[in-house]
Write a protein that binds this ligand. Structure first.
Ligand SMILES: CC(C)(COP(=O)(O)OP(=O)(O)OC[C@H]1O[C@@H](n2cnc3c(N)ncnc32)[C@H](O)[C@@H]1OP(=O)(O)O)[C@@H](O)C(=O)NCCC(=O)NCCS
Length: 189
């Protein structure tokens, strides 16, 4: 249990932070510190990824397990609280948008083994270019998502998604097709 003394110290620290942020110089310095920290996070993550194209952005915090097995294209946006388990290999195409709280896993466990924790089963995930993955979606191991597909918010993707398709729900089902995806245009040619 916290002592009365530690509550006092916490109150003083909170008061000092509040004072610091109540003036413009304090705010500007805090913002600059955050920018520097984020720049370093970005540099370190890029160095650890298997590959990462130019123009790709990350909104912190994001978690990439085994980043050396994760390939990311150009101009991809990865929003906050995205979690990618990369051990089985994950590839994400150019211009793909990944909303916050999306989970992408290329790793699972053998639930028939006596100790599931002792097993690791890897299956690659391939996400094409120009895909939009809505917030809180889950992509399970072994899935391929075709170029230009839309994954609705909260969908759990358990089957491959064709290029240009719109899928929603748990498990994700096809509910439509994008009018102007490259796949739709190719059909009309
Ligand atoms: C999938 C999505 C693109 C569909 O958009 P839309 O075509 O405008 O969809 P509508 O609102 O017209 O809904 C059409 C039907 O799909 C259902 N639906 C839409 N999105 C759904 C979703 N994510 N999960 C389950 N059902 C969904 C609607 O309930 C509606 O059903 P009904 O016809 O039985 O009434 C959108 O709903 C979505 O999930 N966008 C992601 C948003 C997001 O995560 N943004 C984060 C920042 S980028």
């Amino acid at each position: 249990m916290a002592s009365r003394n530690s509550y006092g110290i916490t109150a003083v620290v909170l008061w000092a932070i509040d004072r610091w942020h109540s003036n413009r110089i304090g705010m500007a310095i805090s913002r600059r510190i955050e920018e520097i920290v984020n720049h370093w996070r970005y540099t370190l993550l890029r160095a650890r990824l298997k590959s990462c194209g130019s123009g790709t952005s990350f909104h912190w915090p994001v978690i990439f397990i085994q980043p050396d097995q994760i390939e990311i294209g150009q101009d991809v946006s990865v929003n906050a609280f995205v979690h990618v388990w990369g051990s089985g290999g994950v590839s994400i195409g150019d211009r793909t948008m990944i909303a916050s709280h999306v989970a992408i896993s290329s790793v699972t466990h053998d639930y028939n083994a006596p100790v599931m924790r002792a097993t690791v089963v890897t299956k690659p995930v391939v996400i094409g270019a120009d895909v939009w993955i809505g917030a809180h979606a889950v992509i399970v191991p072994g899935i391929t998502i075709g170029a230009g597909a839309v994954i609705g918010a909260g969908a759990v993707v358990t089957k491959d998604v064709p290029a240009g398709a719109i899928v929603v729900g748990v498990p994700a089902r096809i509910v439509g097709e994008r009018a102007n995806s490259a796949a739709a245009q190719a059909k009309t040619m």
